[in-house]
Design a protein around this ligand. Structure first.
Ligand code: SF4
Length: 250
């Protein structure tokens, strides 16, 4: 839920999701449509479908228990390196380091003082983990990246300023984070994008079925051909089911 989404937007849907589904088995036995409905407000709806499939895989292959170990976790739908390691460190308190844009930014500026490839950043993060301290260390680096060492860093009053490698150059060098492998790509324009069109169609289906009448407003904005092709893609991808004259969540 937190991937590419601010924590403040996640708090409410996360609470609803946990209240409704107390275990992977509970989610696996619910309909995909219900999970997509609860995902409302988070965007990137394909993650809701992957979460539902992930719950089903946990039930089928791991007897309903979230598996241990990076390899087993990464075999689950929607779970990549970051999520697997985040589960390992934050749920099971194993001694591993997570790497995302925030962590990479802090490491390249504060620890290395130079741009880092993905592999260099992961090795550096792994090397910093002390036995039994991984949970605290990862939380601290993620928080530091989210609250102070942000894209535009708040260096005045930073508790790490004295030891920060980039600060010790008096910031004369260009920002190491901007040239690191995990520097965020520039976001494509949202208004008028395929993402916006797909989001609007899913939003309609969340409320009710999508009828030709309801589609008109979307067709006015995006054109009927583009809208029809987006609907067909959403059916192909398993988001929607086409009825005689309408579409509903799968
Ligand atoms: S001094 Fe600035 S660049 Fe260095 S860790 Fe603190 S916020 Fe980041």
């Amino acid at each position: 839920m937190l991937q590419q989404t601010q924590a403040s937007r996640v708090v409410v849907p996360y609470g609803k999701m946990i209240e409704r589904f107390e275990s992977p088995a509970a989610m696996a036995s619910a309909s995909q449509a219900e999970v997509v409905r609860l995902w409302q407000g988070l965007g990137y709806n394909s993650r809701a479908i992957r979460l539902h499939r992930c719950a089903a895989a946990i039930l089928e292959h791991y007897d309903g228990q979230i598996p241990r170990g990076e390899r087993a976790l990464r075999s689950l739908p929607g779970v990549g390196a970051y999520t697997a390691r985040a589960i390992m460190v934050f749920a099971f308190e194993e001694d591993v380091a997570v790497l995302d844009t925030n962590v990479s930014r802090v490491l390249s500026r504060c620890v290395a003082g130079t741009p880092l490839t993905r592999g260099e950043a992961q090795s550096l993060a792994d090397a910093m983990v002390l036995p039994g301290q991984a949970w605290r260390l990862n939380q601290a680096i993620l928080d530091h990246g989210a609250t102070r060492c942000r894209s535009v860093p708040v260096c005045v009053g930073c508790p790490l300023r004295r030891s920060c490698a980039w600060a010790r150059t008096d910031f004369l060098e260009p920002d190491p984070a901007a040239r690191s492998a995990l520097a965020p790509a520039k976001q494509a324009r949202f208004v008028g994008s395929q993402r916006q069109l797909r989001g609007q169609l899913i939003e309609l289906a969340r409320k009710d079925r999508i009828t030709s009448q309801l589609l008109r407003a979307i067709e006015d904005g995006f054109g009927s051909e583009r809208t029809a092709s987006a609907l067909a893609a959403l059916v192909d991808e398993g988001f929607l089911v086409k009825g005689r004259n309408s579409w509903t969540l799968a």
